[in-house]
Design a protein around this ligand. Structure first.
Ligand code: SAM
Length: 232
């Protein structure tokens, strides 16, 4: 269970109404039951149900059960698409160990607005589901051109586009430990965005295969290829 609280032996954690409903209503836990907790940066902790109510409750933290494990330093940058598909991208990126999830507005972005809080909640649920102790930060929507303006020299971009070179080939050959994956919207990238990226030494245009994948499929394919080539 993710809790927005400091974790330490003897600490007491108050539960929100939703957490109480999940633990006591859905999971049917009662007083004395053990619960695994994490807050995103302090590993996993075992706690005991001290008070169980319909609208809230309290957990008593017993001790640490696993150290903090952070994912590789990988960012996922993508242009948001339809709501359900954007939710899917965030959920899968969190499950697959992206450290930062960055929605961007591109020339052909289909969606001009996102609900960052909703997407962050999806990332929390995904981390809970896969037993991780890390929750990636989902950022507010920002413009791709602005993001590229201040792009760090030491971070490579796996720029997913119509390219002649396969992702494995590029990822295998390119140096540098820090990476970002960039996925375009349904309409792809504009000519000026392509030119801009092609001029950046950090950006490597890669193909994900001969078929045009939907953006959500492309995000999962790119994350998988990155994980299998460079991840740990
Ligand atoms: N008509 C668009 C175009 O001309 O690029 C297709 C866009 S595709 C539906 C959405 C995004 O997924 C693309 O911008 C790209 O980032 C990624 N993508 C999909 N299939 C890909 C492939 N075979 N290789 C590389 N990237 C791909």
């Amino acid at each position: 269970l993710f809790v927005d609280a400091a974790l330490g032996e003897g600490q007491s954690v108050d539960l929100t109404r939703e957490q109480a409903h999940y633990l006591f209503g859905v999971m049917r836990l009662g007083q004395g039951a053990r619960v695994a907790l994490f807050n995103g940066h302090a590993g996993e902790w075992t706690a005991e149900v001290a008070e169980a109510g319909k609208r809230g409750g309290r957990l008593a933290v017993l001790g640490q059960s696993a150290p903090q494990l952070d994912p590789p330093d990988l960012w996922l940058i993508f242009a948001p698409i339809k709501k359900a598909r954007t939710d899917f991208i965030v959920e899968k990126a969190a499950e697959m160990g992206a450290a930062r999830i960055m929605p961007v507005q591109t020339a052909f972005t289909n969606s001009e607005r996102i609900r960052q809080d909703r997407l962050q909640a999806h990332a929390v649920e995904a981390a809970e589901q896969c037993g991780g102790t890390f929750v990636p930060a989902v950022e507010e929507l920002q413009r791709l051109d602005r993001l590229l303006e201040g792009w760090p020299d030491d971070r490579q971009i796996m720029f997913c586009d119509e390219a002649l070179v396969g992702a494995r080939e590029v990822l295998g050959a390119a140096g540098g430990g820090k990476w970002a994956i960039l996925i375009g919207p349904e309409g792809g990238f504009s000519d000026s965005e392509r030119k801009r990226l092609q001029a950046m030494p950090q950006a490597h245009a890669v193909s994900l295969g001969p078929r045009i994948l939907r953006a959500d499929t492309a995000a999962v394919a790119a994350l998988t290829l990155w994980q299998s080539t460079r991840g740990d």
